[in-house]
Write a protein that binds this ligand. Structure first.
Ligand code: KG4
Ligand code: ZN
Length: 355
């Protein structure tokens, strides 16, 4: 049982949290850089790194103050080491190493992707759920700006990737669409808001790799995702409309485009849950904030237990990092100062928090 300081800098949020025993979130500070990147229409890795450097020290102190603790009470420092943007990751990682040396506390390197899965089990309710055997095997959908993946997780902690995107992530598809529609950055929350005001059945965007539209679905893509075709369809749709881009058209377009993405995510997730006889469906990552996705999954999950991560733990945050680290801390599994950052998702074979 430990008191862990978590540090997250994999993309454009500088976040620091203090979490006790893996579930009690004492503080979770998120300093967003969105305004700095918005002018560029997307995240600029070097700019993100510079901003993390400026923000980290004050954010660490705010997190400690909010948790009413000092460095001496911390048992370990957890830090995201990948996957993510290398320049951004390196700032957090090197900061954590320096802090670990300075205050003489062990370091725990955390996989950001697994931390997203764990986010659905943070807090006391999450702890109870995790100790319920009938949620296994579970199907986990991680849907963010960098990932769209389905995993099967067994009661013994073994994990298997059953599907992933073969091109864009769902969040990326939403961000790019909003950019194309001139709605701003980041697109996910904007499309969520504007789409709620439009008609989701007004325009019919493709549902790639679902077997819809009479196209045969190869077995190897049964649980894979592809969103680049939906994006191309949007481009044609906008070009065809020429100068008729009025408010109603934009609302209906946002709603229909979002619907295509949500529909694909729901279909694949529910189908996987049925095929693998899942006890629960667990959904997390930034796009899991999406109102339409949450609503549709709730409708379509039927009798299968649905665990949606709380919105505040869906987008990048350090609470999920510090929480997951408890499971390494308990076993005395620490990282050394050679700990490296990595940009791409390695093969996932275990969900370490399920033990
Ligand atoms: O998990 P996250 O903060 O960072 C990554 O690890 O990628 O996810 C960011 C993504 C962005 O693409 C953003 O547009 C999307 O999550 N997002 C949303 C919503 N809020 C954030 N997408 C749809 N609806 C939302 N409400
Ligand atoms: Zn993330």
């Amino acid at each position: 049982m430990g008191l862990i300081l978590g540090i997250e800098t994999s993309c454009d949020e500088t976040s620091v949290a203090v979490v006790r025993d893996g579930h009690i979130v004492l503080s979770n500070i998120v300093a967003s850089q969105i305004s700095k990147h918005a002018v560029h229409g997307g995240v600029v890795p070097e700019l993100a790194a510079r901003e993390h450097l400026v923000a980290l020290n004050p954010v660490v102190h705010t997190a400690l103050d909010e948790a009413s603790i000092g460095f001496e009470q911390i048992d370990a420092i957890a830090v995201t080491c990948g996957p993510g943007l290398m320049p951004a990751l390196l700032v957090g990682l090197n900061f954590a190493k320096g802090l670990s040396l300075q205050i003489n506390k062990p370091l725990i390197g955390i996989n950001h992707f697994i931390a997203h899965i764990y986010a659905a089990f943070l807090d006391e309710d999450g702890k109870k759920t995790l100790s319920t055997p009938d949620i296994f095997p579970l199907i986990s959908l991680v849907v963010s700006g960098g990932h769209t993946a389905l995993l099967l997780i067994d009661a013994d902690g073994r994990a298997k990737l059953v599907g992933t995107t073969i091109d864009d992530a769902a969040g990326e598809a939403l961000d790019k669409a909003a950019k194309l529609l001139g709605m701003g950055y980041p697109g996910g929350p904007i499309i969520d808001k504007i789409g709620a005001l439009g008609n989701p059945s007004k325009f019919n965007f493709p549902r790639p790799l679902t077997g819809a539209a009479g196209k045969a679905l190869p077995e190897e893509h049964k649980y894979n995702f592809s969103f680049s075709g939906v994006k191309t369809a949007l481009l044609y749709h906008v070009n065809k409309a020429e100068n008729r881009l009025d408010e109603v058209f934009l609302k209906d377009t946002a709603a229909s485009y979002q619907e295509a993405i949500v529909d694909v995510l729901c279909r694949k997730t529910i189908a996987a849950a049925l095929e693998f006889n899942a006890g629960a469906i667990v959904v997390s990552g930034g796009v899991a904030c999406n109102s339409r996705l949450r609503g549709e999954l709730t409708k379509r999950a039927g009798t299968t237990k649905l665990l949606l991560a709380q919105r505040k733990y869906c987008t990048d945050n350090a609470a999920m990092v510090a929480g997951l680290a408890e499971h390494f801390f308990k076993q005395g599994k620490f990282s050394d100062l050679n700990l490296d950052a990595f940009s791409r998702l390695p093969q996932i074979t275990a969900a370490p928090f399920v033990l």
